[in-house]
Design a protein around this ligand. Structure first.
Ligand code: PLP
Length: 466
């Protein structure tokens, strides 16, 4: 049960639960004694606070509206609400989730340019005023169902430099913008600004520069049609994996320079962004287990080659869905069970580095044979674990239960710093611990309220800590 886990974590302080890595080590160690080896993730919610700090420091003029689609875990949302971010929602369900936390409708943008009528009506009923659009049809729907909306025109951007381009489906060209702004005026609708998205995991900051310059032109067009243009939304697309900080900071420098040029301070324009993976990618690590192994002969060339198939208990219908669209294979950390039993801290040192001498092997998703090419040095055995860092973005949010494999569960940990923040601000978003406990236990695997905790009155008052 949940409390048994807490008891264990309190009893074993030497393991040092300061990070998702430590939690993962602990979880794998506990599984070693049993046959229960379901895939799982560990989420260090403290990472959200450091990412938020980094975002606000690097882009002080930009208010982050976290893109819920990226990871809609209730714990992630609660922490972000507590930190004071806004939210970018793509559907009624996401609006419900965020509003349900008590977030003010003014801190939400409904940033899907193609919305079902019933979802628009929901936004209207609940006072979520900021809505994006990029077509005449959307304007017609909004005019009929939510004439009081504050509209944000989404521009097409050059996104070929991103890992996940979005411009094939979203964004109006500069030529189309003029007609749309005119139509909005003729329909009596209010356009308050522009938005864009350079594509997820954008590889160059220059996409932002062009997009900001385009927005400036559309602001001028909008004002010429009598719209009070006062909101610039620079979207998402920032990198998020562990170690991405230098790339992010460089991107932020270029964006800040573009903003200074086209939307200088004092211009009266509010600037927001919709970061997703920057906040959550490095929150989670995932551990999946090898459930079966087969040697097969691969025909080809002058000789056939022995190839190993490893079957995992998660795959591309689960948390690996995003891998299908990533250009480079991910490098897992290998945890050999036998070595594990010998010495747990081997986890770090077993991480292999890619090299051409190493053997190519195929790893198959447990639910069907779907090949992921990965490098490994050691031959693996049934029961061994593969650990993937930076698995907090677009993983559990995209998982299905295809073939009856349940999505990986998540163990959440919250650090001292976060709980202090909650204590200071008293926002209530992190909720009452006992309520939180219930939620975490039913939706997820375990809840570790004491990770890194020391002397926290409010959280310790439930008698489980310190
Ligand atoms: N905003 C919108 C409208 C999106 O479609 C997405 C992702 O697809 C995001 C924000 C988040 O993007 P990222 O995770 O790359 O920051």
């Amino acid at each position: 049960s949940g409390s048994a886990w807490v008891a264990q974590s309190v009893k074993c302080p030497t393991l040092g639960f300061g990070s998702s890595h430590d939690l993962l080590v602990r979880e794998i160690g506990l599984c070693a004694d049993s046959d229960q080896r379901d895939p799982f993730m560990v989420a260090n919610l403290g990472v959200l606070a450091s990412r938020h700090r980094a975002f606000c420091q690097a882009l002080p003029r930009v208010s982050p509206f976290y893109a819920v689609k990226c990871n809609n875990s209730i714990w992630v949302l609660r922490v972000l609400a507590s930190l004071g971010t806004g939210f970018d929602c793509a559907s009624q369900l996401e609006l419900e989730q965020v509003l349900g936390l008590g977030v003010a409708p003014s801190r939400i943008i409904y940033a899907n340019p193609c919305k079902p009528v019933s979802h628009i009506q929901y936004a209207a009923r609940h006072g979520v005023q900021l809505l994006t659009f990029d077509s005449e049809e959307e304007l017609t729907k909004v005019a009929q169902h939510y004439p009081g909306a504050r509209l944000v025109l989404r521009l097409w951007t050059q996104d070929s430099e991103s890992v996940f381009p979005l411009s094939a489906k979203f964004g109006a060209s500069l030529e189309a913008c003029e007609c749309l702004l005119k139509s909005a005026r003729d329909l009596g609708l209010t356009v308050v600004g522009t938005s864009f998205h350079v594509g997820s995991n954008c590889q160059t900051p220059h996409s932002f520069m062009q997009a900001v310059a385009d927005c400036r032109r559309v602001f001028e067009m909008g004002r010429a049609f009598g719209h009070d243009m006062s909101l610039l939304d620079i979207g998402g697309g920032f990198p998020g994996a562990e170690g991405c900080e230098p790339q992010f900071e460089e991107m932020a420098r270029v964006i800040s320079a573009a903003l200074a040029q086209d939307f200088p301070e004092g211009s009266g324009v509010e600037i927001i962004a919709e970061p997703g993976r920057f906040y959550t990618a490095s929150v989670c690590m995932a551990a999946v287990n090898i459930i079966a192994k087969k040697a097969v002969l691969e025909a080809g060339g002058w000789a056939s080659r022995r190839k190993l198939l490893y079957f995992l208990n998660d795959g591309h219908y689960g948390i690996f869905r995003i891998f299908l669209r990533e250009p480079l294979p991910r490098m897992p950390i290998v945890v050999k069970v036998k070595v594990w039993l010998w010495h747990s801290w081997m986890l770090r040192s077993l991480s292999p580095a890619p090299s051409p001498e190493r053997q190519w092997v195929l790893v198959a998703g447990g639910e069907e044979v779907k090949e992921f090419r990965l490098w490994f040095l050691p031959e693996l055995d049934v029961g061994d674990w593969l650990v993937f860092p930076s698995m907090g973005a677009y993983t559990s949010a995209m998982s299905s239960t295809f073939n009856g494999f349940l999505p990986a569960s998540t163990c959440y940990a919250m650090e001292h710093e976060l709980r202090c923040l909650e204590g200071e601000k008293g926002t209530g978003h992190l909720g009452d611990l006992s309520r939180g406990w219930e939620v975490a236990r039913t939706c997820s695997r375990h809840w570790y309220p004491h990770v890194g905790t020391r002397g926290l009155g409010r959280w310790g008052s439930h008698g489980w800590g310190d």
